[in-house]
Design a protein around this ligand. Sequence first.
Ligand code: PNS
Length: 159
Amino acid sequence: MNIAVYPGSFDPITNGHLDIIKRASRVFDKVIVGILVNPDKKGLFSIEERKELIRRVTRDIPNVKVESFTGLLVDFMKERDINVIIKGLRAVSDFEYEFQMALMNKKLNSNIETLFMMTDAKYSFLSSSSVKQVAMFGGCINGLVPDEIVDEVMYKMHK
Ligand code: PNS
């Protein structure tokens, strides 16, 4: 079975993330969305909440599973016998950071391949942090995150 992991913080999932997940699910037999548990960064949503939001917006894609991991991504992948990492690339500015991570993961496990998907142009400006910033100052986040989670993001930001 051809399995890929799509790792990230997903705090919260955006339409850009969802676009990559949908496209990857057409290329691979199974896509595991891997949410990094980062003890140094509390985040807006807890890991369980992020998981629930991603499960909700991917519920119609049967070959997508959502899990969380701590520590190194390569260890998470080894435990599940996964060799492919999918990443979205928005702009040249993403490249350097992604290139460094891809090479580090390769150094840690030479069997691992990182594959990049170009983000759809209409999401090229989008990130979880910009969504949070817009929401924080009362801007409209419709079209930036999946419709099913707009209210929850706004509520969480202002409670
Ligand atoms: O959405 P993000 O925050 O850009 O995702 C970053 C992520 C989770 C993909 C990256 O930080 C990661 O893989 N962290 C796990 C730790 C690890 O494996 N580090 C080695 C590669 S530098």
